[in-house]
Design a protein around this ligand. Structure first.
Ligand SMILES: [Zn+2]
Length: 225
């Protein structure tokens, strides 16, 4: 694989600058992110990254745990699904509503981050990363409004701004377009197929059979900057 293909599929960390032991972002995004964070601070919002770079291995573990039932799979109403009653195909779609295929997560790229407002999270609450927190009257609603007005001037946009029939709405997921647009253009169904063929992913045969449909529905089906 080329260096670019390694980045696109989460198989390298060489492009990552670690802000904390657990939170890493693309080093070419550091300056723009710092400016975004500073501007938010002047508006009274402590913009904080909940999740940045995620490796292929991390995403694979998430997938395997959901596919095998070790981690609950939720539906769009936050209800746990009885996976023993689902076909493999139904299970794949249920997982992909909230979790990307390993090798196809925008978090591999390092230029996509999940954010929240640390100072607006009530002391007795833990972060859920669920849409109600970001919508009126949720406590992160001021962050949602601020991002809608200001994110663009720093190069950021929301690829999962609304449900488009693929990935669920993610009002916390920011993408840095100067990096993510070229990455998205370089990404291909062929690269993903190649990644799956060479992995031990659960549901592999079904995934490969469904790949053209999954690629269109979950991967290219996002908002533009
Ligand atoms: Zn995300």
């Amino acid at each position: 694989m080329t260096e670019l293909e390694l980045i696109l599929t989460g198989k390298t960390e060489r492009h990552i600058h670690w802000l904390t032991p657990n939170v890493g972002i693309h080093h070419e995004m550091l300056s723009s992110f710092t400016q975004l964070q500073l501007a938010a601070k002047t508006a009274g919002i402590a913009l904080t990254i909940a999740s940045g770079f995620r490796s292929y291995e991390r995403q694979l573990a998430i997938w395997q745990n959901k596919f095998s039932g070790l981690t609950a799979i939720k539906d769009d109403k936050n209800k746990t699904l009885a996976i023993e009653h689902l076909s493999e195909e139904e299970k794949i779609h249920a997982i992909m509503l909230f979790s990307a295929l390993p090798g196809a997560s925008r978090h591999h790229w390092g230029c996509d981050i999940d954010v929240y407002a640390k100072n607006l999270l009530p002391a007795d609450q833990s972060l859920a990363l669920e849409p109600w927190e970001y919508q009126q009257p949720g406590y992160f609603y001021p962050l949602t409004c601020w991002l809608a007005e200001h994110a663009k001037q720093f190069g950021f946009f929301l690829p999962y701004d609304k449900f488009r029939g693929g990935v669920a709405q993610e009002p916390w997921h920011l993408s840095y377009s100067p990096l993510s647009q070229p990455y998205q253009q370089a990404y291909s169904e062929e690269l993903l197929a190649n990644t799956i063929v060479h992995s031990d992913i659960k549901g592999k045969a079904r995934l490969l059979a469904l790949l053209p449909e999954l690629y269109q529905r979950y991967i290219v089906n996002v908002a533009m900057p």
